[in-house]
Design a protein around this ligand. Structure first.
Ligand code: MEV
Length: 329
């Protein structure tokens, strides 16, 4: 049996616009998905997921390929999660040239599903790493990132950028623009995360932005403005200017809101963070529900979020410089 893990992430800037070739800066955080893979002596797949939870958000299921999962959250979320696992297995079988390999897979994740913290990318990257190692093949981080991207892209009907999967595979702060993916240096960033207990449908949210962009030139300009903002953000990062990063995050949230991907609970949490004098706050990931990320070195934002209606959990997150890694072999 091999166990691999990979981190979740927050977007400092650039989600959605990155799908159209603009740059984005996601940062890996110290919340991990761990995937244990054991080869079977038949070609079947059995997946058991536990602890996909953060304060009361729990998914538990186990299935043979032809049986439905037994869970207590929305079917669409589980179907999506299973889609990522199946696509990761297909990538691992292909990489190891073992089309008939069967596996028992156990997923334990600290990252809530579909909440904008990169749960699917983390499960996909860790799953590909563990399954290929179990078959005796060791892939480079670049290849894991590339295969995880292909898996995610397949599940999201081709509407995915390389940002989530590259960040999860490599760890740290990264810059992604089209196919150009690299790690960049970042100061110690005081991330605070607020979670509304919900989730968004990434595929639908991405298609919504695509439709707006096709219908209105000003929506296309909004996407391009996010790209400009990210370029300014990169300068602020390089200078370690955390105040400026915060201002740009506020701006980025406004542009995402204009593109229709925020929600009342995300906006409430962003405003609670601003009222608590956070340096900046924005939704993170696809939006629609899930998480916001704020920058605040003091305790004020975390405390304010805990008292904000609609916020289920608030916690501090540290940048994780480790990407995908083996936990047990
Ligand atoms: C989702 O975590 C981030 C999006 O930009 C989609 C993607 O980059 O694949 C909305």
């Amino acid at each position: 049996m091999v166990v691999s893990s990979a981190p979740g992430k927050v977007y400092l800037f650039g989600e959605h616009a990155v799908v159209y070739g603009e740059p984005a800066v996601p940062c890996a955080i110290e919340l991990r998905a761990r995937v244990a893979v054991e080869e079977r002596d038949d070609d079947r797949l059995r997946v058991h997921a536990e602890d996909l939870s953060l304060d009361g958000f729990t998914v538990e299921y186990s299935r043979e390929t032809d049986m439905g999962p037994d869970v207590n959250v929305a079917d669409s979320l589980v179907e999506a999660a299973m889609g990522y696992v199946d696509a990761a297995v297909a990538q691992a079988r292909d990489a190891a040239d073992a089309p008939d390999a069967g596996f028992d897979i156990t997923i334990e994740s600290e990252i809530p599903l579909g909440a904008g913290l990169g749960s699917s990318a983390a499960v996909t990257a860790a799953g590909i790493d563990a399954a290929t190692r179990e078959l005796g093949v060791e892939l480079s981080t670049e290849e894991i990132a590339d295969r995880a991207y292909r898996a995610e892209s397949e599940v999201q009907d081709g509407e995915a950028s390389r940002a989530d999967t590259f960040c999860s595979a490599s760890g740290g702060a990264v810059r992604v623009e089209g196919d150009d993916c690299r790690t960049i240096s970042a100061p110690d960033l005081p991330f605070v995360i607020g979670f509304d207990g919900g989730a968004g449908d990434t595929g639908k949210l991405v298609s919504g932005v695509r439709a707006l962009r096709e219908e209105y030139d000003f929506a296309a300009d909004t996407v391009a403005s996010i790209g400009d903002l990210v370029r300014s953000g990169e300068d602020a990062l390089a200078e370690g200017n955390v105040e400026e990063l915060g201002r740009l995050m506020n701006f980025n949230h406004g542009l995402l809101e204009a593109l229709g991907v925020s929600s009342r609970s995300l906006d409430n949490m962003v405003w609670a963070a601003r009222d608590a004098d956070a340096l900046g706050a924005k939704l993170t990931g696809a939006g629609g529900g899930g998480c916001i990320v704020a920058l605040d070195p003091s305790k004020a934002t975390e405390t304010a979020l805990k008292f904000t209606p609609g916020c289920e959990d608030a916690f501090r997150a540290k940048l994780d410089t480790d990407g995908v890694r083996v936990e047990e072999a």
